[in-house]
Design a protein around this ligand. Structure first.
Ligand SMILES: N[C@@H](CCC[C@H](N)C(=O)O)C(=O)O
Length: 279
């Protein structure tokens, strides 16, 4: 039987979304790579799947695969899209939904103005839990990549991020330094690499080279991690708007132990069915 899917995007970070409650899926790495392929498949940065919840406090389980076929812990732009998908497909009613991921429970609110607000949980800053090899926890770390010493922050939003402050995101070496950071040996699970320019205490620009994908127009967890790094460094106030290539996200974080709140859009592009035997 052919599988129904929905193509969605959040700030240009794009997804193929499947309901695995009413249809059965077998998402092998090769199958994911094929779906994500922009010539032989549908094309996306991540494949998202809604499953029945396993824990009692969650409405659904939310699973994420990068375009390279690896399953990952979290996706911020994806969580906004998945909440909208669940409502649009009639799988969930009401303005709030709780989603279980490998990173924990994520609470999502579909706002009246069409945007989606997400409690992304508290950031993880302990190096061993990111995971990141460092002798002690710090706000900034020295890291050598591509033969140069860099001053970086390391933050997990359930998935790992390294954040490098730059003067200008336009001229930041995302294409060259991004891959060197992504597979840096001090990040044993690889890492998403954010290049952050601080414009004021309430605004910044960000580009992200995503683990398992490459540079995307936006990364939600990357924006949360960059906001946390900027607030810890006292570059930002607790509420900051980050401008990514695909548009803006508003982030709010009140400090250690508190959740990061992310607000942004989630849009459906089209619905379709995979041709039987096509993937
Ligand atoms: N696009 C995402 C992040 C997706 C996962 C990431 N590439 C990883 O490997 O951790 C977002 O919006 O957060």
């Amino acid at each position: 039987m052919s599988l129904a899917f929905t193509k969605m995007q959040g700030l240009g970070n794009d997804f193929v979304v499947f309901d695995a409650i009413n249809q059965s899926l077998d998402p092998t790495p090769a199958w994911i790579r094929r779906i994500a392929d922009r010539r032989y498949g549908v094309g996306c940065d991540q494949v998202l799947v809604a499953e029945a919840a396993r824990r009692p406090d969650a409405d659904f389980r939310y699973r994420i695969w990068n375009a390279d076929g690896h399953e990952v812990e979290h996706c911020g732009n994806g969580v906004r899209c998945l909440a909208r998908f669940l409502r649009d497909q009639g799988l969930h009613r009401g303005g709030h939904v709780s989603l279980e991921t490998d990173a924990g429970l994520t609470r999502v609110e579909l706002m009246d103005d069409g945007r989606v607000r997400v409690d992304m949980g508290a950031p993880i800053l302990e190096p061993s839990a990111i995971p990141f090899e460092a002798a002690e926890r710090r706000i900034q770390y020295e890291l050598t990549a591509a033969g140069v010493n860099h001053d970086v922050a390391a933050v997990s939003m359930g998935n790992p991020h390294v954040i490098l402050r730059v003067d200008d995101v336009e001229t930041a070496p995302v294409a060259t330094l991004g891959p060197a950071l992504e597979s840096h040996p001090r990040f044993p699970n690889r890492v998403n690499a954010g290049f952050l320019a601080v414009d004021s205490r309430s605004r910044g620009h960000l580009r992200v080279y995503e683990r398992g994908v490459g540079e995307t127009p936006a990364c939600g967890t990357g924006a949360c991690a960059a906001a946390v790094a900027g607030i810890l460094n006292d570059w930002f106030d607790p509420t900051v708007t980050l401008s990514l290539t695909g548009g803006e996200l508003v982030l709010h974080w009140q400090g250690e132990g508190q959740p990061v709140w992310m607000t942004g859009p989630a849009d459906t592009v089209f619905e379709g069915r995979l041709a039987t035997g096509a993937t």
